[in-house]
Design a protein around this ligand. Structure first.
Ligand code: PRP
Ligand code: URA
Length: 203
């Protein structure tokens, strides 16, 4: 997404002097702006309403219902923000952490809407690094019946995008920026550091 507002906010997010409070606010705002773009293809239907002045035929969201799935922890900030924009969406959670040695994802929790197969799914994680977490989360979603999945990440590495695209070519990926590469510890360069730690002030 090349929108100047998103890019400006992302630059502030990257800055190491940005503290947790501002980091949370910026990440939430970026997620909301990204959701605006990512939901551009939602269908609408015409319904008849009465305004205080006259009857009118107006567009309302139609078709498939939505599910927002946060990858814990850092995806929470995106789900909390986007659900304010789309309050009818159901919110699910997949708990994953990267093993610091192998960088492989370890799943510890999954609570998803029971009718996920009938919903358009937005999988939310601010960081797409090696792609291991996203691929594991998509595997879980598909196992539970999800058919229509869009992955939204604030920041990605080329390696992560390639891995998800190769494992699940049907999953559309929406990112605010793709950075240069991953370092030896699996961090995105230049990136923004550890998103979960910066959001929650842990380290
Ligand atoms: C971070 C981030 C992603 C994952 C991305 O989570 O929030 O979930 O790493 O890396 P990958 O693409 O290489 O899998 P982390 O494992 O640090 O857990 P946390 O959100 O609980 O801090
Ligand atoms: N997870 C993060 O939070 N940051 C990175 O750079 C890579 C994975």
């Amino acid at each position: 997404m090349t929108h100047p507002l998103v890019q400006h906010k992302l630059s502030l997010l990257r800055d190491e002097t940005t503290g947790s409070k501002e980091f949370r606010e910026l990440a939430a705002e970026i997620a909301m702006l990204m959701a605006y773009e990512a939901t551009r293809d939602l269908e609408t239907e015409t319904v008849r309403i009465q305004t205080p002045v006259a009857e009118a035929e107006v567009p309302m969201l139609a078709g498939k219902k939505l599910a927002l799935i946060a990858i814990l922890r850092a995806g929470l900030i995106m789900a909390d923000s986007i659900v304010r924009l789309i309050p009818a969406a159901k919110v699910g959670h997949i708990g994953l952490y990267r093993d610091p040695e192998s960088l492989n994802p370890v799943e510890y929790y999954a609570k998803l809407p029971s009718d996920i197969g009938e919903r358009r799914v937005f999988l939310l994680d601010p960081m797409l690094a090696t792609g291991g977490s996203a691929v594991e989360a998509i595997r879980t979603l598909k196992e539970r019946g999800a058919q229509n999945i869009k992955l939204m990440s604030i920041l990605a590495a080329p390696e992560g995008v390639a891995r998800v695209q190769s494992a699940y070519p049907d999953v559309e990926i929406v990112v605010a920026a793709i950075d240069s590469h991953l370092n030896d510890h699996g961090y995105i360069v230049p990136g923004l550091g550890d998103a979960g730690d910066r959001i929650y002030g842990t380290k």
